[in-house]
Design a protein around this ligand. Structure first.
Ligand code: K1U
Ligand code: ZN
Length: 185
C-alpha cells in the first residue's frame, strides 16, 4: 500500500474528463487500495482518480464505515433537493454550501469488476455526487454563486502559497506519531 500525492486546484488534471475503465485489473485494484489509504490519511470521505493524478473513471468513498469502490459510475436515479456544506481534498480549507439531489441511485463496477448499485441519502448521496463530478472535471466551486465563488477563490489564492507545486504530500498516522515522539526527546 502507498500514500499518493494529492493534486490541488490549478493542477490541469482536475478539469479533464476521465476515461472509462474497460477491465478492472490488479493494477487498478491496487490503485483503489492506495486511494483508500490516501483518503483515510487525509481524513476525507471520498477520493477520485484525478485527485491523485490519474485519468481512469474510478473513485472511492467511505461514509459511516461503508467503504465503496466505483469504476465507471453513473447516476440512474436522482430525486429531491438538499443543501449541505462541502469541502474538497484538492482545495484545502475552502468550504461552500451546495444544493444537490437529496437521494441518488448510482451504478458502477465494484472492486472485482462486478456490476452493483447503491441507493444513497444524506452525506453518502452528497459524497457520491461530489466524486462523480470529479470524474467529469467538475468541482463544488462550480455550483457557488459568483460572489461566493470569488470569495472562495480569493481565500484559495492565499492558501495555495503553502503548496507551490500544487501537490499535497500526506504523512501516515504512524509516521506522524513517530515524528511527534522524536520531537519530544
Ligand atoms: O473528493 C474529495 O475532495 C473528498 C471530499 C468529499 C466530500 C466532502 C464533503 C461533502 C461531500 C464530499 C472530502 O472528504 S473533504 C473532507 C470533508 O469535508 C469531510 C470529512 C468528513 C465528513 C464530512 C466532510
Ligand atoms: Zn473533491
Amino acid at each position: 500500500m502507498a500514500l499518493l500525492q494529492l493534486h490541488l486546484l490549478g493542477s490541469p488534471i482536475l478539469r479533464e474528463p476521465t476515461v472509462p475503465v474497460e477491465t478492472v485489473t490488479d493494477e487498478l485494484r491496487q490503485l483503489a487500495d492506495d486511494m483508500f489509504e490516501t483518503m483515510h490519511a487525509a481524513k476525507g470521505i471520498g477520493l477520485a482518480a484525478p485527485q491523485v493524478g490519474r485519468s481512469e473513471r474510478l473513485f472511492v468513498a467511505d461514509v459511516d464505515d461503508r467503504p465503496l469502490v466505483f469504476f465507471n459510475p453513473e447516476i440512474v436515479l436522482a430525486e429531491g433537493k438538499a443543501k449541505g456544506e462541502e469541502g474538497c481534498l484538492s482545495i484545502p480549507e475552502i468550504f461552500g454550501e451546495v444544493e444537490r439531489p437529496a437521494h441518488v441511485v448510482m451504478k458502477g463496477l465494484d472492486r472485482d469488476g462486478n456490476p452493483f448499485e447503491v441507493a444513497a441519502d444524506e452525506l453518502l448521496a452528497r459524497c457520491l455526487q461530489h466524486e462523480l463530478d470529479h470524474l467529469h472535471g467538475r468541482l463544488f466551486l462550480d455550483y457557488l454563486s459568483m460572489y461566493k465563488r470569488r470569495s472562495a477563490m480569493a481565500k484559495w489564492e492565499r492558501e495555495r502559497q503553502k503548496y507551490p507545486a500544487l501537490r499535497r504530500t500526506l504523512i501516515a498516522a504512524k509516521d506522524l506519531a513517530e515524528q511527534h515522539n522524536e520531537d519530544a526527546l
